[in-house]
Design a protein. Structure first.
Length: 211
């Protein structure tokens, strides 16, 4: 006599596990059910990893540093250093070390004093008179395809020596740590993807550039 498909209990009605009456066949059916469940679990986990990789790829930031000179008329040109996020997701820049010919500089005043002879004790008004325009902080959030100018100098009467030295500036290097919105983090010198090093988190850098 075949077993009923349902079992009635005190509290509910539930389906009865189908049985064939053959022990080996019943065990094989149960094993197949367990195997299917395990395989489904592995597939779900693998799909989750794949989806995360796709999300990470669609939110991947990539920073590059650039040097630009705008303007063709002597006396009104602007020279700037900037950081661009060439990736497809925002970059959370956590820290940055700036070096000039291997020497760490911690601020624009220290940088311009070393490279270009600007007095280290000059105040903000004096910097404006000398043509210093933009001094945005490196640390912060930079949206995809966005650019931040970290230092810019305008050529003007009275700053010829500073302009010439700033224009000839070389030996400037960066070491930046930044993260994506998914907390994937990298250390980079912002030259190419070959110098991009994955890290678990951005370390605290005591000699970070503060401007």
């Amino acid at each position: 006599m075949a077993e009923p498909p349902l079992e009635a209990g005190v509290d509910d009605v539930r389906p009865h596990a189908p049985r064939t009456g053959h022990r080996f066949v019943d065990m094989a059916v149960a094993f197949c059910a367990i195997a299917i469940s395990v395989i489904s679990l592995f597939i779900a986990v693998d799909n989750g990893r794949t989806e995360r990789k796709l999300v990470a790829a669609s939110s991947w930031p990539f920073l590059v540093v650039g040097k630009d000179e705008n303007g063709l008329v002597p006396g009104s040109r602007v020279l700037s250093f900037s950081i661009e996020n060439g990736g497809v997701g925002p970059a959370r820049i956590q820290s940055a070390i700036v070096r000039l010919n291997g020497r760490i500089v911690r601020s624009r005043q220290e940088l311009l004093a070393l490279c270009c002879g600007m007095p280290a004790s000059i105040d903000d008004d004096g910097e404006v008179r000398l043509g210093l325009q933009t001094e945005n902080s490196i640390v912060g959030v930079l949206a995809a395809k966005d650019t931040i100018t970290i230092l810019a100098l305008r050529e003007r009467p009275g700053n010829a020596a500073l302009w010439s030295a700033f224009r000839a500036l070389h030996g400037l290097s960066f070491r930046v740590c930044y993260c994506s919105v998914l907390d994937d983090c990298w250390l980079t010198d912002m030259k190419s993807t070959a110098t991009l090093t994955p890290v678990k988190s951005c370390p605290r850098l005591p000699d970070s550039y503060t401007d």
